[in-house]
Write a protein that binds this ligand. Sequence first.
Ligand code: HEM
Length: 207
Amino acid sequence: MVGILSSLGRTMIAGFVLLIAIILLFGSVDLASTAWWSFVFRWLHVSVGVMWIGLLWYFNFVQIPSMPKIADELKPAISKVIAPEALFWFRYSALLTVLTGLIVSYLQGYAHDALLFKEGFTFENPYLAIGLGMWIAIIMAINVWFIIWPNQKKALGIIPIHVEDETEVKAIKANSAKIAMLTSRTNTLLSIPMLYLMVAQQNVGLG
Ligand code: HEM
């Protein structure tokens, strides 16, 4: 057991083996059914979504508030090692959440209606909750890829800044870090209604 748990790869494989055992014992698989595929993509969607929003909340609840408490000589452990690694999983889980979410909406048969609010902004629209939720989450993913990540690359020194003056380089990095932080905060704010709307669709909806 220690042999499995001391490796992340083996731990993940063990998790999938356990899942397959549970499915074989109690579940049913119907490769020909759209409803079954919708269920599988919903599971994948929630899994990658948890990783994305989990990392977003880690940045906001743990990493950002802890940085001022860390001695300057120790800060590179975060900025050079932990943050770049976390940002890798963060941006790709965001991308996979969008893709799997759009696939679920397609398999559910309402992608077009929900995204275009075809049935209007009224309580009678059965796809209002998921339409709003998807758009909020799409804006959040755009923030990740086109604002947070490009600014973090500058702030963390992942890409070079072609300016001679060292003070100016520091100012550019500080400004990029600030933009990334405020956008990350915006996504934290948006994550509250977004998650409510995701879950509302299968439950009470908005009407
Ligand atoms: C652009 C991004 C996203 C899209 C397009 C999307 C799309 C969807 C769709 C179509 C559903 C199925 C709704 C239904 O008919 O019940 C759903 C459910 C759900 N989504 Fe998302 N979603 C996105 C982002 C997220 C994120 C970031 C999370 C965070 C964890 C998330 C968590 C969930 C949850 C928990 C459900 C409910 C599953 C259930 O009730 O079975 N989604 N999403």
